[in-house]
Ligand binder design. Structure first.
Ligand code: PAP
Length: 347
C-alpha cells in the first residue's frame, strides 16, 4: 500500500494542483548526486550516440546520468500519496508532453485559476515549471522537493510503467496515469529539431531514425514503452488514460473533457455553458503558449539547459514527410506494426 506521507499537505478542497515553481524553491535546493544503486540493476549494455551514453535499465535505455535516479525512484524514492492520489503524465519525449502538461494543469486547477484569468500560472510559467518531470528531479537529487508539493500532485515522467515504483506500476496505489503517444515518425523529427535547437551533440536525422528503429533511443524500445501503458489502460481504464497526440490535435475539446472526467472533475453544465472547455483549449494552444514572454525567453535547466521556446515548434501531424522519404516512413511503420501486432494498438 502507498503510505500517507505528505498527505498533510493535501488539498485545498477542489482547487487542484499548485504549480511546481510556485510551491517549491528549485534554485535554492542544491543538486546532489543520487543514492548509489547496486550494480546489478544496470546491465553492462551501453550505447553511445555522439558522446551521449545510454545504459540499459530493466530492458530500457536511459541516459547514463539518469540511471541512478531512475533506480532510486523505482525502488521507493517516489512515494505515491494515498488519500489524495497523484496524477502522473507519462510520455516518450516529444509526444506532446508540454501540451498535455498545460491541458491537465489548466483543467485540474480551473477552480483556483479560471483559464481566462490574466494571472493564470500558464501566462507566467512554462508548463514544465507547473508540472515537474520526476525522472529529472531524481537524476539531480532534487526529488525531496516532490514532498513539498501540495496534493493533488500533478507530475510527469518519461519512464515506462515498469520503471515506476511498484505500487504505481501494479495499480495498488491511488495514482492515476495519463499517457500520450505520437506517430513515431513525427516524434523522431521533433527530437532531431529539438536537439539542433539546443546545441546538443550533433546527431543526424538518420541516427535518430535508426535509434528508434533498433530500439536504442532514450526510454526505448518505444514499442515496449507504449505497450506497457496501452495494456494497463485496457486492463483498468479508470487508472490509465491513453491518449494519442493526433487525436488531441483533431479534438482538443473532447480531450479536455476526457481529462476532466478521468481525474474526477467533470465539467458542470454551468461550466459547459460558460465555454470553459474552449477557454482551456485556447489558453493551452501552441500559438498562445508560444506567445507568452516566459516561453519566448526562459530557460529550463534539466542537467542540460533547454530554451523554453524550443518546446514549441510546428505542432502538427505529418511533418515527417518534409524530412524523410516515404520508404523510410514505411519501414518504421512496418517495424511498429510487427511489434504492436495483436495488441489492438495502432499508431
Ligand atoms: P518533451 O517531451 O521534451 O516535453 P514535447 O512537448 O512532448 O517535449 O514535444 C514538443 C512537441 O510538441 C513539438 O512538436 P514538433 O517539433 O513536431 O512541432 C511541439 O511543437 C509540440 N507542442 C508543444 N506545445 C504544443 C501545443 N500547445 N499544441 C500542440 N503541439 C504542441
Amino acid at each position: 500500500m502507498a503510505n500517507t506521507e505528505g498527505d498533510h499537505l493535501a488539498a485545498r478542497d477542489g482547487e487542484g494542483p499548485v504549480a511546481f515553481k510556485d510551491a517549491v524553491d528549485v534554485e535554492a535546493t542544491p543538486a546532489r548526486p543520487p543514492t548509489a544503486h547496486t550494480a546489478a540493476a544496470v546491465s553492462a549494455a551501453r550505447v553511445t550516440l555522439q558522446g551521449q551514453q545510454l545504459v540499459r535499465v530493466n530492458g530500457y535505455w536511459v541516459f547514463d546520468s539518469w540511471a541512478q535516479g531512475v533506480i532510486a525512484m523505482r525502488r521507493g524514492g517516489l512515494v505515491p500519496r494515498a488519500t489524495v492520489g497523484d496524477v502522473l503524465l507519462a510520455s516518450l519525449p516529444k509526444s506532446g508532453t508540454t501540451w498535455l502538461k498545460a491541458l491537465a494543469f489548466a483543467t485540474m486547477a480551473r477552480r483556483a485559476w479560471p483559464p481566462a484569468s490574466p494571472d493564470h500560472p500558464l501566462r507566467r510559467l512554462n508548463p514544465h515549471d507547473c508540472v515537474p518531470l520526476v525522472d529529472s528531479l531524481f537524476a539531480v537529487g532534487r526529488d525531496k522537493l516532490l514532498d513539498e508539493l501540495p496534493s493533488p500532485r500533478l507530475m510527469s515522467t518519461h519512464m515506462p510503467l515498469s520503471l515506476l515504483p511498484a505500487t504505481v506500476a501494479d495499480g495498488s496505489s491511488n495514482t492515476k496515469i495519463i499517457y500520450i503517444c505520437r506517430d513515431q515518425k513525427d516524434r523522431l523529427v521533433s527530437v532531431w529539431h529539438f536537439r539542433k535547437r539546443n546545441d546538443l551533440p550533433d546527431l543526424s536525422l538518420q541516427e535518430v531514425y535508426e535509434s528508434v528503429c533498433n530500439g536504442t533511443c532514450f526510454a526505448g524500445p518505444v514499442w515496449d514503452h507504449m505497450l506497457e501503458y496501452w495494456r494497463a489502460s485496457n486492463a483498468d481504464p479508470g487508472r490509465v488514460l491513453f491518449l494519442k497526440y493526433e487525436e488531441v490535435l483533431q479534438h482538443p475539446g473532447n480531450t479536455v473533457r476526457k481529462l476532466a472526467h478521468f481525474v474526477g472533475q467533470p465539467f458542470s453544465n454551468t461550466e459547459e455553458e460558460a465555454d470553459v472547455v474552449a477557454e482551456i483549449v485556447k489558453l493551452c494552444s501552441l500559438e498562445n503558449l508560444r506567445s507568452q514572454k516566459v516561453n519566448k525567453e526562459g530557460i529550463r535547466d534539466v542537467i542540460i539547459k533547454f530554451s523554453h521556446d524550443s518546446y514549441f515548434r510546428k505542432g502538427m501531424a505529418g511533418d515527417w514527410r518534409n524530412h524523410m522519404t516515404p520508404e523510410l516512413g514505411e519501414h518504421l511503420d512496418s517495424i511498429l506494426c510487427d511489434k504492436l501486432d495483436g495488441s489492438g494498438l495502432t499508431i
